[in-house]
Design a protein around this ligand. Structure first.
Ligand code: C5P
Length: 234
């Protein structure tokens, strides 16, 4: 089995991120670089984390016209990231352009195409915030609708909340990779995560990858915390 742990490097300083990556690379599957770290450190942080041998998940949630998203994905593919995110609400054509760009650029650069992951409804949104922006569907329906559209566009993966895994598995092709944040072991506090599962529960429900931030990087001993999580799912 691949190591399904993706550590979210939600830290502003390059040095902290690099120290965490060096310490954790042997015991995790990938590192997630989000908007804060990428905006402060630039693309060089991707190269430096890749240099530890670990896979990189670039979580910039692209959402723009198809041509612009395709070019952003081409740039990320040339940077040699293994996973990245786009907003599925950008529509069918945008998602098709994204997947096609990942495949073509990878072919030209002689590497595997990164996994383009679709983000459906942000977990910070509920039915009130959806109706404020003119969407009347309830959250669950909207998640399923966008996930199905992502599959139709040819995306090979989605980000979803732990509590969406079971419903999505019923409507998606079995090969669809599900990446799930909102993971807590029970030993730490839930922080601002309202709906959580343990690593084992999420994998048993059908997740392929687990995005874990604070339970690892904010632990007294991040390496020991990651090893403990790995042992709980091995
Ligand atoms: O620290 P924690 O484990 O809560 O970090 C979870 C990571 O997953 C963060 O980088 C957060 O931005 C991301 N995420 C999330 N919920 C979503 C989508 C992404 O927590 N719905």
């Amino acid at each position: 089995m691949q190591n399904p742990i993706i550590v979210a490097l939600d830290v502003p300083q390059v040095e902290t991120a690099l120290q965490l990556a060096a310490q954790l690379a042997p015991v995790v599957g990938a590192f997630k670089i989000g908007g804060e770290l990428f905006t402060s450190a630039g693309p060089d942080i991707v190269r430096r984390i890749r240099a530890t041998g670990a896979a990189v998940f670039l979580d910039l949630k692209f959402h723009d016209i198809p041509n612009t998203v395709a070019k952003s994905i081409a740039a990320a593919t040339r940077l040699d990231v293994q996973m990245l995110t786009i907003h599925t609400s950008g529509g069918l054509e945008m998602m098709q352009a994204a997947e096609q760009s990942a495949q073509q650029t990878a072919l030209q650069s002689g590497r595997n195409a990164p996994l383009v992951l679709g983000v459906t409804v942000l977990t910070s949104m509920d039915s009130n915030t959806l109706s404020e922006i003119g969407m009347s569907a309830n959250v669950g329906h909207q998640v399923e609708r966008l996930a199905t559209l992502a599959a139709k566009a040819g995306l090979r993966g989605l980000v979803c909340s732990p509590l969406e895994i079971t419903a999505l598995r019923q409507v998606l092709p079995p090969a669809m990779q599900l990446v799930t944040p909102g993971i807590r072991t029970g030993a730490e506090k839930a922080d601002d995560q309202k709906r959580t599962l343990t690593p084992k529960e999420a994998l048993d429900a059908g997740a392929n990858w687990l995005v874990i931030g604070r339970p690892i990087y904010a632990a007294e001993n991040p390496r020991a915390a990651a090893e403990k999580i790995l042992a709980s799912i091995s």
